[in-house]
Ligand binder design. Sequence first.
Ligand SMILES: [Zn+2]
Length: 370
Amino acid sequence: MRISFKTELKLNNIQKTQLAKHAGVARHAWNWGLALFRKILNYNQENPEQRLKLPSAIDLHKLLVEWVKTENPWYYEVSKTSPQYALRHLSAALTDFFKKKSINGRRVGFPKFKCKGKHDTFTLEGTIKINHRSLQLPRLGILKTYERLPQGLSPKTVVISRTADRWFVAFNYEVEPTPQIRIASVCGVDLGIKTLATLSTGETFDNPQPYRRSQARLARLQKAASRKVKGSNNRHKANMKVAKQHARTANIRKDALNKLTTHLAKNHDQIVIEDLNVSGMMANHCLAKSIADLGLYEFRRQLTYKCELYGSKLTLVSRFYPSSKTCSCCGHIQDMPLKERVFDCQKCSASIDRDLNAAINLKNQCITLA
Ligand SMILES: [Zn+2]
């Protein structure tokens, strides 16, 4: 299976400028291609009899070389694969849109123009050499990393991206799945707002404390930024602070989720989770923030590939199954308002923690399914 590896680059100022130039060219190519595409779509709408053929990624690149590169000599200062891949990604994004594809339960929208400093990213292709703490890339030469890199790999492409003022490199590689010795065969998982996860085995994973503090700080910085005059230098500085804090918060959460999903996938044959309608819940204003904060998408994504990696099975239980309203001892169903933390069964008088009850129900549900 393919694993994606991402790590931060340790750069000097000259390298940072070079990377920013590459990202700038990729952005320019994307925006140029998108503008051209929109013109053609508009033309076709107005002249339905003489529609123009929509350009492929290869067509776009040919036109770019002919029209754009000659007029913008700075294109020659960067690797040619940077604009080339930007157009490929644009083409793929357009295809996804026309095919009405969904990602994480949300329909893919029409591609947007990219603005400077937001989601700066580009792809490089060519001879790539991976050393212990550096990698050699076409056009950019040797770039150092903070972390030791996986050895014995020769990826064909790498993706370089910027988050706040830090640059990252990412690439994919192939690994063999590794079977593990298990703690329990089946494990139900209930995700919560206060406790990150409760497992049917009785184990719990808390939401990391630094995460909450970090979140409070993020809210404060966002408020401060919104008070600064739009377009001012101070606003820009405040926004940079927000972006940095945002990245820090996301990292703390990602780290907690990584520990949880590794534990789950490594130690169980089968993991049962609720197939939550995340986009439906996002539409509910009261829940939206908590759900987004929980990182449910991220949880699903990590768990899916780790299950594959460790040879365990991931089972989804219908989101209409009332996991928190059912008694895990006798099967009695009763109302459970969100504020009630303990399930007190009205029928068999069992008393059990709300989240643990839900986790056990998920586990049992999977056994009945099998
Ligand atoms: Zn009961």
